[in-house]
Design a protein around this ligand. Structure first.
Ligand SMILES: [Zn+2]
Length: 130
């Protein structure tokens, strides 16, 4: 369901630049469909594209969808990603992504270190039980 989020972001940018009714309606429609999809956590396996897009990571969560290249995830990783699912539920997909991004950028300015900036994102700290 990566398409969903990309679509939301593109629509959001479109809304920001034009303030037309069409992108606003499309954005709300995508959001509505996404909310309908909130009921259960789904795992998606892709050994080829995942490694290409998320190099160096094991699993990534988008809404209630956990994308990974591994068929067998450890308990700790599953737990970590499922905490992100809860955070998505709490903040909504778009809200989560915006907060995550700005938190990361803020940390990057604060620490000048990619790894440290990532580890200190509020959502990551919460998922790691810190
Ligand atoms: Zn995480």
């Amino acid at each position: 369901m990566l398409v969903f989020i990309l679509l939301e972001l593109l629509l959001f940018i479109w809304v920001l630049f034009t303030w037309n009714i069409l992108p606003i309606i499309l954005f709300l429609l995508v959001f509505g469909l996404e909310i309908l999809n909130w009921s259960k956590i789904t795992y998606h396996y892709n050994t080829y594209w995942y490694k290409k897009i998320f190099r160096g990571y094991i699993a990534t969560t988008f809404g209630q969808h956990i994308v990974t290249y591994k068929y067998f995830l450890s308990f700790n990783i599953k737990k970590h990603e499922e905490v992100h699912c809860q955070q998505y539920k709490k903040w909504s997909v778009f809200g989560f992504l915006i907060i995550y991004l700005f938190n990361f950028l803020f940390n990057l300015l604060k620490y000048w270190n990619f790894e440290k900036a990532y580890k200190n994102i509020y959502f990551e700290k919460e998922a790691n039980g810190l």
